[in-house]
Write a protein that binds this ligand. Structure first.
Ligand code: ZN
Length: 432
């Protein structure tokens, strides 16, 4: 068997781990390499427009027979791949699947698929329409272009000749899984991203238990916080943020990832306890509505949840879909302006143009609560964020906890599992 890790040591994410075992070739994750793209590109005017660009810059794996559209000459590996196993719906673990041929099956959890599709329909898609994974338009409704095989924790499935079992783990996004793969060389286990200090740590413990039952030959484990042992919990984020909100007389603005539902619940609780209306973005509402089956997350029609509607001439189809929901409460910037003291508003960096109309009153604040501000999603340009906050005199509070295992947690898992070989992801190549 051969294991090749694309992504690069020390770089941020972009996991793409190729497992070649006799006649089966599969990828564990196929994520976007945010840091490498940022090195060469400055979107939207300068960005990779096709597979060829990313191949040329060494950002996509130099392999033949797996990509859509143009084939570059001189690529190695002619066999194609049998499938891709996605660990969780963060861009650095799934986003480059858009460049793969549409008939390559993507295996992931049910929630993962819903989140990927919802993000695609409500935000940034591929650089051109050929690379969209799905689309939502007024004329055609929903169109899906990729093949998915979904599963639940503990199911038994197969890619090529390799049987595998997904087990849920806790991470800063729902739908995260670790995997056990039966290879010719023994059981290979892949953790994906996980943590043990999160609100659903029992899920990670399930994965550890499952690994302990087996004789694990190879463990590929995440290593984002390999040099840090700082421990904090979601409860700590809630307590600290609540104190800050209680002492605030103006508008409370808070920024966190639209797919971090734990953080969504944390600030939902705080807004209720501090008697503030919880104002969320349209994109957030859309994604939440897609996974509404999950009983732990409040519904977007909840009494205290209000959807912020930007003023614009035409709305995207996903926004129209949200606004058609019965019982939904919306709020615009003029209405917000009048009740700032009674509002906790989710506002990402890309919503900051709205501040011009909202006009935050003195005493307003901004809480940045991204789990990994400059990691996985790379959505925030910190300098620009600070300039906006300065313009409105908004003090910045950083309150967050990592979505990743600490160094101590990693050590604990490796000791518990006791694999014959272990490697951290983001390393180069391992031949065995
Ligand atoms: Zn992640």
């Amino acid at each position: 068997m051969e294991i090749t890790c694309y992504g690069g040591a020390g770089e941020i994410g972009g996991n793409k781990i190729l497992i070649s075992d006799k006649d089966t070739n599969l990828f564990l994750d196929f994520g976007k390499n945010y840091s490498k793209e940022k090195k060469y590109y400055d979107p939207p005017f300068l960005q990779a427009r096709c597979t060829e660009h990313l191949l040329e810059l060494g950002i996509l794996p130099n392999l033949s027979g797996i990509y859509k559209l143009k084939e570059k000459s001189g690529l190695k590996f002619e066999h194609g791949i049998n499938g891709v196993l996605i660990s969780h719906p963060h861009g650095d673990h799934y986003d480059y699947t858009r460049f793969l041929k549409d008939d390559i099956t993507i295996h992931c959890g049910e929630a993962s698929k819903e989140i990927i599709m919802a993000r695609e329909c409500s935000g940034t898609k591929g650089p051109t329409s050929e690379y969209y994974m799905c689309n939502l338009t007024k004329s055609k409704g929903y169109e899906y272009y990729k093949k998915y095989q979904t599963f639940r924790s503990g199911d038994k499935l197969k890619i090529g000749d390799i049987n595998y079992k997904p087990i849920h783990v806790d991470h800063s996004v729902y739908g995260a899984f670790g995997y056990l793969l039966e290879t010719n060389q023994g059981i290979l286990s892949y953790s994906g991203d996980f943590r043990l200090h999160g609100p659903r740590s029992s899920m990670t413990m399930d994965f550890i238990k499952e690994m302990k039952k087996e004789d694990i030959e190879i463990l590929i484990i995440e290593g984002t916080n390999i040099d840090s042992s700082k421990i904090s919990s979601e409860k700590e984020v809630e307590n600290k943020s609540k104190k800050i909100v209680e002492q605030t007389n103006g508008l409370v603005l808070v920024g966190f990832s639209a797919v971090d539902f734990d953080r969504f619940i944390t600030f939902y609780n705080i807004s209720n306890e501090t008697k503030r209306k919880y104002v969320i973005t349209m994109k957030q509402a859309y994604i939440l509505n897609k996974i509404k089956k999950s009983s732990t997350i409040p519904k977007i029609t909840d009494d205290n949840i209000f959807i912020f509607v930007k003023e614009k001439k035409t709305y995207n189809e996903f926004e129209n879909e949200i606004m058609r929901i019965d019982g939904l409460k919306t709020i615009n910037s003029d209405e917000l302006n009048k009740i700032q003291k009674n509002v906790l508003m989710v506002s990402g960096f890309y919503d900051f143009n709205e501040l011009i109309k909202i006009k935050p009153i003195p005493g307003s604040i901004y809480i940045l609560s991204q789990s990994e501000p400059f990691n996985e999603e790379m959505e925030i340009d910190h300098e620009k964020l600070k300039n906006w906050l300065e313009l409105y005199g908004l003090p910045l509070y950083n309150v967050h906890t990592s979505g990743h295992a600490t160094a101590d947690e990693l050590k604990y898992v490796i000791n518990e599992v006791n694999p014959k070989i272990n490697t951290y992801s983001y390393r180069k190549t391992l031949f065995i």
